[in-house]
Design a protein around this ligand. Sequence first.
Ligand code: GRF
Length: 203
Amino acid sequence: MNRTLGVLISGRGSNLRAIIDAIAAGRLDARIAVVISNRADAAGLAHARAAGVETLVLDHRDKARYPSREDYDRALVAELKARHVGLVCLAGFMRLLSPAFVSAFPNGILNIHPSLLPSFPGLDAQVQAWAHGVKVSGATVHLVTADLDAGPIVLQRPVPVADDDTPETLAARILVEEHKLYPEAIRLVLDGGWHLDGRRFLR
Ligand code: GRF
């Protein structure tokens, strides 16, 4: 598979940094062609700049340029394709993707989610898991389909929930695992030799 990555972020960018670090350490054979944020103030952009990776801001609130979600997504696809991106990595990108975006990269978009899917999709997954009282939560990397947090699962990692956890301490423990899991999942997908059997990702 084409090892050129495009990473999409909206905020802190700690998973982006984990990917950058894995590449720098030789644990992940890939190149990040571009990091795109929908917010100019995304702190994660600094990680890309520090690593000498091109950054772009496409502000979804710019309605003159992007009247509809499809217009915005078309612009994203154009920027990614212009840089020959083969695998798109969503890393805290807080936007729903239209079917047009998803179909532009068939089985070529990954997302990381801070719960053991299909439990607790959507926003604030760590708070949802904590409030539900599960004893184990974790992190999931999955292929992106048009349905939110519902694509085939590439890798998961469990994280225990302690009685004295708060949503914040649980989220912090999950994040440590996310940073290991995402580069591993990207490597798996790039290395190929996998196929989908229904929604099962098999090697
Ligand atoms: C992570 O918890 C990720 O699982 C979720 O959004 C958060 C992004 O954090 N999709 P960061 O921007 O990578 O630090």
